[in-house]
Design a binder for this molecule. Structure first.
Ligand code: PLP
Length: 356
């Protein structure tokens, strides 16, 4: 149990126009912070006014990227309750990432307490409208002010909050995806399964190229054979081929184990669908497209929940999926997941956690 110290802001911000929130542009009045010092462990948990950090230019995170982050949301239901969606999964992943990044683990109960406490503090920022939510961004940075390449001896854990708009302001529109021919995002033995900024830095170039060509996101192929599907942008990916629902296996450690991915698999199986977690090559997808058996494709992630894929471009070969429209499986998953999150569909899985 954390002993959280509270320092409230004396000047509450003017709220932005909630009809134009976008994603990650506005931040609430407060933030959570906690320090780690070797010998002392994690200490000084506090909720303070949202503020800039003051750090030495030699701070380890700026040079060698020893850091991690998480992303989840708080939702307000029609009857005014606040709920989180499977936060324990994010916290478990936070500690998995920490182990890979040589960052000291944090007691899962303490992380959940911190998330709830800061969300509760700024609950007046949680959008009321279905589709809008409060994005929660926990992150940890290495704070030793020293240029040696070595795990830091001190860290800062923060949680910041951002009210975000509906991802699909005008209904779900399937996106066009570019199969990345050159760059890779992660390799076996690397940090693909960990939620770290370095993976994103490595992905920017491919994303930039795709956008210039008019594509929304990149489909990443594996880093060794450049053949097997990894992820789409910063989302996990599913393909429906001839009735089989396929998503890349987590076994190789190069894919981020998404909470939305896991939730989609569990829901689909509970509805009687066959879901395979296995290797899936781009050749198998091309073949299915050629034979009219590529029924649906979609990405999964906290931000968009379900992002249908309407078109794939692989080396100039364009594959149109489900006539560029959202498919029945994508739609059913979207309706159920968002329904559970905003409290309009019964949570039979016990996935939501109340913030009171
Ligand atoms: C966060 C993330 C996802 C999606 O994970 P969710 O827990 O479903 O939000 C997928 N891929 C990458 C690379 C990510 O960083």
């Amino acid at each position: 149990m954390l002993n959280i110290r509270y320092e409230y802001t004396t000047e509450k911000k003017v709220k932005p126009d909630y009809s134009k929130l976008g994603f990650g542009k506005y931040f609430t009045d407060h933030m959570f912070m906690m320090d780690y010092t070797e010998g002392q462990g994690w200490h000084d948990a506090r909720i303070v006014p949202f503020q800039n950090l003051s750090l030495s230019p030699a701070t380890a995170v700026f040079h060698y990227a020893q850091e991690m982050f998480e992303g989840l949301k708080a939702y307000k239901t029609a009857d005014g309750k606040i709920q989180l969606f499977r936060p324990q999964k994010n916290i478990e992943r936070l500690n998995n990432t920490n182990r890979r990044m040589c960052i000291p683990e944090i007691d899962p109960d303490d992380v959940l307490q911190a998330i709830k406490a800061v969300v509760k503090t700024d609950e007046d920022w949680i959008p009321e409208e279905e589709g809008k939510s409060l994005y929660i961004r926990p992150f940890i940075i290495a704070t030793d002010a020293m240029l040696g390449v070595h795990p830091s001896h001190s860290y800062l854990f923060c949680i910041i909050l951002s009210p975000v708009g509906a991802y699909y302001a005008t209904g779900i529109n399937p996106v066009k995806i570019y199969v990345e021919p050159e760059y890779v995002r992660a390799v076996k033995g690397g940090t693909g399964f960990a939620k770290v900024g370095g993976n994103y830095a490595a992905s920017l170039k491919g994303q930039e190229v795709a956008e210039k060509l008019g594509y929304a996101q990149v489909l990443w192929l594996d880093g060794i054979h450049h053949k097997y599907i990894d992820e789409v942008g910063a989302m996990n990916v599913f393909f429906v081929i001839d009735g089989e629902i396929i998503t890349p296996t987590l076994e190789n450690g190069n894919i981020l184990p998404g909470v939305t991915r896991d939730s989609a698999i569990q829901l689909l199986r509970s509805w009687g669908y066959k879901v395979s977690e296995r290797l899936l090559s781009i050749d198998e997808i091309r073949e299915a497209a050629d034979n009219g058996k590529l029924d649906e494709a979609f990405g999964t992630g906290t931000a968009a929940v379900i992002s249908p894929i309407g078109e794939l471009n692989e080396a100039g070969k364009v594959m149109i999926i489900n006539e560029g429209k959202i498919g029945p499986i994508s739609q059913r998953l979207y309706n159920n997941l968002t329904g559970i999150q905003w409290g309009t569909v019964e949570d039979t899985m016990g996935w939501t956690v109340a913030v009171d």
